[in-house]
Write a new protein. Structure first.
Length: 395
């Protein structure tokens, strides 16, 4: 939080020009729609990400009256086909021409990174609903994220592997930001738990060919193969894994939940049985709030099952709506401050300690994972006491 404030101050002092204050403050003249720019890959290799997020945003709009301070909320969807230059150009048009109060979406890390300077220079909050390289939020003080980060998922599965008899692993990741994160954080945690990484393999983000790397995996004879591939590539990968008989060769498949994507799970066949992945979301999660979400999503989308991208989109829309309600439709610094004031969904709260990995909401669940608690009395952000003056947990 301190870092964010510092960076924001720096940005305000040094970056300007080209955007003016277009559409960033509410005034009596603001009677037209409140516009939100949603830049997504609706076509190309990452189209499932776009389809899922677009559907989730529409569901949120349908469930929540799209009128704030008497003005209609309008979402403008643009297809960047996962081409970063396009993402940046579309975001700039949305800010300058359409005067959107917030930018949102961003299917892959390079698209989010390419757009960060637009958010900074125009002081437009940018809600990353999909891209998941850990460093993205450092690229602009105006970026918030409602997706997740690869280290959160990779550390979780590294813990599980070490505790479940897996000693030798080969890693295989898509060769770009989130893949680097997944490879590094998996290996670091696995080595810490006395595991061994035999080989680190990579495939290109665009049109990957898994045959050569799968042959290398076979030759290395690991106990398990750890995989990160972006959403949309999991089914193809599993098919080739099975076609080359790796499932029958006694090599377990583990990974981040991106490869057991709920959007594609039904197309994967039996090879997906027994695959173990760690992630922040699964459509099968039993909580009442999730069941309700899944049902509503399916109903609105011809039975399509929501995946983790949909949840990033739904939660992102909720962050934007809540904040717009606070600012009465104003954008810019006021909107950013209103978003950050309610961080429940921002920085998806998965906590990993030597005691395990857990989704720590409500936030006091973090105490289960700590050896030493802060001295009491200790309250959470809402003011609710969780440790009393005598050091006893009360929530
Ligand atoms: C990214 C994209 C994905 O589809 C995914 O599942 C994880 C990360 C990314 O580019 O950041």
């Amino acid at each position: 939080m301190h870092k964010r404030t510092t960076l924001r101050g720096l940005a305000a002092a040094t970056l300007t020009l080209g955007f003016g204050l277009a559409g960033q403050t509410a005034s009596a003249a603001d009677t037209g729609p409140i516009k939100i720019g949603l830049v997504l890959p609706m076509t190309g290799q990452q189209a499932s990400t776009g389809r899922q997020i677009d559907a989730a945003v529409k569901l949120y709009m349908a469930q929540n009256n799209p009128v704030i301070a008497g003005r209609k909320v309008e979402v403008i969807v643009k297809d960047d086909a996962s081409t970063p230059d396009q993402t940046r150009r579309l975001a700039q048009e949305l800010v300058v021409n359409d005067k959107v109060v917030a930018l949102a979406g961003f299917g892959i890390t390079p698209s989010a990174m390419a757009t960060a300077p637009i958010a900074t220079q125009s002081k437009t909050p940018m809600v990353v609903m999909a891209a998941a390289t850990s460093s993205i939020t450092e690229a602009s003080p105006y970026i918030l994220r409602t997706s997740f980060t690869l280290p959160q998922a990779a550390v979780g599965i590294a813990e599980w592997a070490a505790k479940n008899g897996i000693k030798k692993v080969v890693t295989l990741v898509a060769d770009y930001g989130p893949g680097n994160d997944a490879e590094k954080y998996f290996a670091d945690r696995f080595l810490l738990n006395s595991g061994q990484v035999l080989e680190k393999l990579r495939t290109p983000l665009r049109s990957p060919d898994f045959a050569p790397v799968l042959q290398k995996v076979r030759d290395a004879k690991p106990d398990a193969l750890f995989v990160f591939l972006p959403s949309g590539q999991g089914a193809q990968f599993m098919k080739q894994f099975a076609e080359r008989g790796l499932d029958k060769a006694g090599i377990r498949l583990i990974g981040t939940g991106d490869i057991t994507d709920d959007d594609q799970l039904n197309d994967m066949g039996d090879v997906a049985l027994g695959v173990v992945t760690a992630h922040h979301y699964a459509a099968s999660h039993k909580s009442a709030v999730n069941q309700k979400f899944v049902e509503a999503f399916k109903k609105a989308n011809n039975g399509m099952r929501p995946n983790f991208m949909a949840v990033g989109g739904y939660d992102g829309m909720r962050v934007i709506y809540n904040a717009l309600n606070t600012t009465k439709g104003a954008g810019g610094e006021a909107l950013l401050a209103a978003m950050v004031a309610h961080p429940v969904l921002v920085n998806r709260p998965i906590v990993a300690t030597p005691r395990g990995v857990r989704l720590c909401r409500p936030s006091e669940r973090t105490l289960d994972l700590l050896d030493k608690w802060p001295p009491g009395p200790f309250a959470k952000e809402s003011g609710e006491l969780i440790i009393d003056a005598s050091g006893q947990r009360v929530a």
